[in-house]
Write a protein of this length. Sequence first.
Length: 197
Amino acid sequence: MAKGPKYKVPRKRRREGKTNYYKRYRMIKSGQKIRAVIRKTNRYIIVQIIEFAPQGDKTLVGVHSKTLFKLGWKGDPNNTPAAYLTGLLAGLKAKKLGITYAVPDIGLHRAVRGARVFAAIKGLRDAGVDVPASEEVLPTEDRIRGEHIAKYAELLLSKDPEKFKRQFSQILARGLDPRELPKHFEEIKQKIIEMFG
């Protein structure tokens, strides 16, 4: 551990790996007050539209991927299709509040091409909220629809049915065959657009 008279203990949220204060400072200094904050946990995706205020940030819109279960989602709440749907839902709610632009804030997540945080950004953009991001980092349409999951499930079922049952046990318990995920995704997407669009 660093020592000496000039050593300064980092702030608590930085020590815990929750906040990059330098990045946050740069965002605030840019003058853009509204941020699209995307966070992923081990089980869920969280998309928030947050406005900076000196007294403390104000959350204007907050959508958690477990909200998708109330809309009939039977898939995993932490995969690429769920991230996109969570972003789409947050974007439609933001549009109703008149929000058309937000700066992306992915926090301490690494910017990996096609990552779930970028699927959420694509959902926000498809809802009509302009969130700057390079087209190269956004996931492809087939990944957003979950076709890669459906293909893997098909392959696994043909090779090892027991492993298929173990790996997709929660999805199967909810009544969804993972091979039907792209079709199910389209149904839920349409339902979100009809209800909140």
